[in-house]
Every structure is written in structure tokens, then in C-alpha cells.
Write a new protein. Structure first.
Length: 458
């Protein structure tokens, strides 16, 4: 029939993954990505799985097969990280991961001869970096971001250190993790496949806690202890990489050490000029103009180009950024152009709406003119993954997809459609979007709810 939507396995899976709070808009590029990652039969099976964690028994009921047969299929999918499998309380639960952070990254976190990773990298690049729909929805679809930036603890003045909470410290996140895994950096591996790679290390990004369990079990990443994890963190800081983490307070799932040239989030922030695209830290860069020599080092190294060198006549041309992963000794300082403590000339100024508060500029300023100061208003970090998913779903109009999760049932599809229409009504949208509801009520409601309990899996 004219206008009828294709119903093959790949189209069904594409529509399914777009129901996630962090979805993936339909695209021919996405269909081609899915065709490399799985067969059409596998895509059809995955399109029927719940968005929330589930058991083999539940998958068996959905697929109408024996539980043991379902478990065999699930294990095959998990072996290629198309699903995550987590051991909890003596039983295995499975998770259909979203595209990002999820099966996009997992496909390039190790070298796999069974995949055409070069073609996959090319498709990812065009879907994410050329087409705008996916990356714009991911980073500008709502106030709650998938990831957040962790402050460089070495850049925080001693008198302000007490203002940095434990979950805002990469060192504490690493020390408190139950499992730590290190695999290939998805972003840099993708760029390397396209001959756009940089000098920053490939094996420096960490997966933690529940997500690490599955990747370790499947050989996607190698296990490290907290001592090595802290060593990798220090190496990343010495290379002026930005620490980006899961946007939760508890059971953080990843810490990426990001370079400005390869990281999807940093590229999107600059290219699309999205303010607060990645949850920033609760600090912001400030420059003491009387100490600024106008060398431009801070502006050159800022990962999101939030710093400009201004004169009375307006912004000055910026120096070229240092090589990716450049350490302190590699930075080439520019001579002051009429600047200095004695004269006028150009001075560094930061756009606070774009400043990540990462602190790299404070570490590299040769004059000690840059400091991190607390933001006027603290930024809300969701308590856990369940809290973050609900916030993202509310903001993106997808809460019904989580409540009526298995829409293989006609009744669930009908109720989801009804709830979706209700949630789009202006008064309800205003209530659901209210800061009081999102921060206080939901935070307390979901404080002790973990992902598997939130799922209702059985």
C-alpha cells in the first residue's frame, strides 16, 4: 500500500532503538550500520526486546520459544556486545543498549575481523558528524545530558576543593568502582579507521561497574585495578585530555578521556554551537585580566573554543590548537601582542554558557591568570541511571516508552499512544518539565532504584 512503512527486521529495529530516551533518528545510514552489525533475523528478534533490562524467561515469552533456546540466542548477541549481560544475585539479566552510549561504541572498542570496521567507521562518521539529526537530538534534545564533564582536581584552588563532591571527582569514581575495564577509545579508533586519527592514546578510556562486567566477560576490554585506573587518569590529565563521565552520581558506567579532535560531544559542541551540550562541572573559568599576558595558550587548548582573546577592537585571531594529547612541555606559547601586565592588548575571556569547567586552561596558563570559580547555580546530576533515563524521557516526550515498555502487545501500544498524547498537552508538559518535579521528587523516588529493579524484569 502507498505510504506503508517497511517492516523488515532492520526497519523494525531502527524504530525500536529510536524509542530510547537517547534515540537514533531514522536514516538510510543507520539501516546500513545495522546491516553490518547483525543479520536481519537478529534485528527482527532484537526489535521485540524491552527497552529495560529483562531475563531470558521474559525474552522467551516475547519470542514464543523455549527459555533455553532464548538463552542461546541472547548469548550469541551478547558475545558481540549487541546486548549486555549482567550477573545479579545469581541470575543473568540482559540489556538492549541504546545506540550511544551503547552498541555504537561497543562495535569499535576492540579490533574485530568479523566486522568491516572501516566501512562501519565511515557510516558512523556520516551519520553522526555530517547528518545533524542524531547528534543534535542527543546533545540538544533536552536539558539532561547523557554525559558530564569531571573537573580536573589539580586545577581547583585549595580553598575551593571542599566544594568538589565525591561523584564529581574522577579519582573517587575510579576508586569506588566494583569493576574497571579499558578498551579501545571508540572515537579515536573510528577516526583512525578514516585516516583522521590523532596522537592521543587509544587505550585510555574506562568502562566501570555494571557495564564493565559484560565487556570484561565478552573480551571487549581488559580488566584493570584502581591503581592502574588512577595511573591512566593521571596520564590523561598530563596530556590535557578532558574527563567525561556517565551523567549520574552513583555507579558511573564510564570515564572517557577525550580529545577535541575526535570526541563526538566536543565536536558537536563546537560545530553546532550548543550551549551546555555536555553537562559541565560546577566550576567556570575566570581570568584575572591584570595578570593575563595575552599569550593565547588557554584559548588554543580549550576543547570547545569557549575562550577568545579580545582587545578593545574585538576578538583577535586564535592560535592553532596544540597537537591532540599534547602535554605541558609540548605547548607552544605565543608571544604577547601588546599584552602583558604593564599594557593593554588582548586578554582572555570565556563564554560561560560554553565553558565546560574542565580546568585544562587553568593548568596550562603560564602566568597563573586563570582560575576555576564555582558557578552561581549548581548543576543537577541525576542520582542514578534510572533517574537519568526518566528525566531524559520526560524532556524528549518518550516517558510512555519506558512505562509501556514491551510494545509488542497491542494494549501496550495503545496505552503508550494515549499517554504520549496526554504528555504533549501544554499544561502537562509544563508540569513534567518543572525543575521541582524533576530534581526533588524524582530524585528521591529513584534514589534507591537500580537499573534491574527499575526494569521489573522477571
Amino acid at each position: 500500500m502507498p505510504g506503508e512503512r517497511p517492516n523488515d527486521g532492520y526497519h523494525r529495529l531502527m524504530r525500536r532503538v529510536n524509542k530510547f530516551p537517547q534515540g537514533a533518528p531514522e536514516s538510510e545510514l543507520l539501516l546500513r550500520i545495522l546491516s553490518i552489525l547483525c543479520s536481519e533475523r537478529e534485528a527482527a528478534l532484537m526489535s521485540q526486546l524491552p527497552l529495560r533490562p529483562f531475563s531470558a524467561a521474559r525474552a522467551a515469552r516475547i519470542w514464543k520459544v523455549a527459555t533455553n533456546d532464548a538463552r542461546i540466542l541472547l548469548e550469541q548477541l551478547a558475545s558481540r556486545s549487541l546486548l549486555l549481560d549482567i550477573e545479579r544475585g545469581g541470575r543473568t539479566i540482559y540489556i538492549l543498549p541504546p545506540p550511544m552510549a551503547g552498541f555504537f561504541e561497543f562495535s569499535l572498542m576492540r579490533r574485530r575481523p568479523d566486522l568491516d570496521q572501516k566501512e562501519l567507521a565511515r557510516l558512523f562518521f556520516h551519520y553522526i558528524n555530517v547528518e545533524d539529526a542524531f547528534i543534535r537530538d542527543l546533545f540538544a534534545g533536552g536539558e539532561t545530558s547523557l554525559g558530564r564533564v569531571l573537573v580536573n582536581e589539580e586545577a581547583v584552588p585549595d580553598e575551593k576543593a571542599c566544594l568538589v563532591l565525591d561523584y564529581e571527582r574522577a579519582s573517587e569514581v575510579i576508586k569506588s568502582a566494583s569493576d574497571i575495564a579499558v578498551g579501545l577509545c571508540y572515537c579515536r579508533h573510528k577516526m583512525a579507521q578514516l585516516d583522521r586519527g590523532c596522537g592521543a592514546p587509544l587505550d585510555i578510556c574506562m568502562t566501570l561497574n555494571l557495564a564493565a562486567q559484560s565487556l570484561l566477560r565478552r573480551g571487549v576490554a581488559r580488566r584493570v585495578d584502581s591503581v592502574e585506573g588512577l595511573d591512566l587518569l593521571q596520564k590523561a590529565r598530563d596530556l590535557n585530555l578532558v574527563q567525561c563521565a556517565d551523567n549520574v552520581q552513583k555507579r558511573v558506567n564510564f570515564i572517557c578521556n577525550c580529545c577535541r579532535c575526535c570526541c563526538e560531544g566536543l565536536i558537536a559542541t563546537r560545530r553546532l554551537a550548543i550551549s551546555n551540550a555536555m553537562y559541565s562541572t560546577n566550576f567556570v573559568q575566570t581570568t584575572a585580566s591584570h595578570r593575563c599576558t595575552g599569550c593565547g595558550t588557554c584559548a588554543a587548548i580549550c576543547p570547545v573554543d569557549a575562550i577568545t582573546m579580545d582587545t578593545d577592537e574585538g576578538p583577535s585571531p586564535l592560535p592553532d590548537p596544540p597537537p591532540p594529547g599534547a602535554g605541558m612541555s609540548d605547548l607552544q606559547l605565543l608571544p604577547p601582542e601588546g599584552g602583558g601586565r604593564e599594557g593593554g592588548g588582548r586578554k582572555a575571556r570565556a563564554a560561560t554558557d560554553f565553558c565546560l569547567g574542565c580546568g585544562i586552561c587553568a593548568r596550562v596558563c603560564p602566568a597563573g591568570a586563570v582560575r576555576l570559580e564555582p558557578r552561581a547555580r549548581r548543576i543537577l546530576t541525576p542520582v542514578n541511571t534510572a533517574h537519568r533515563l526518566v528525566l531524559m524521557a520526560i524532556e524528549r516526550g518518550k516517558l510512555q516508552n519506558l512505562i509501556f515498555d514491551n510494545q509488542a502487545y497491542l494494549s501496550h501500544r495503545a496505552m503508550a499512544a494515549i499517554l504520549g498524547a496526554i504528555l504533549r498537552m501544554p499544561p502537562v508538559k509544563r508540569l513534567m518539565a518543572s525543575e521541582q518535579l524533576k530534581s526533588r521528587y524524582l530524585g528521591r523516588l529513584l534514589e534507591n532504584v537500580e537499573v534491574d529493579r527499575f526494569s521489573g524484569c522477571d
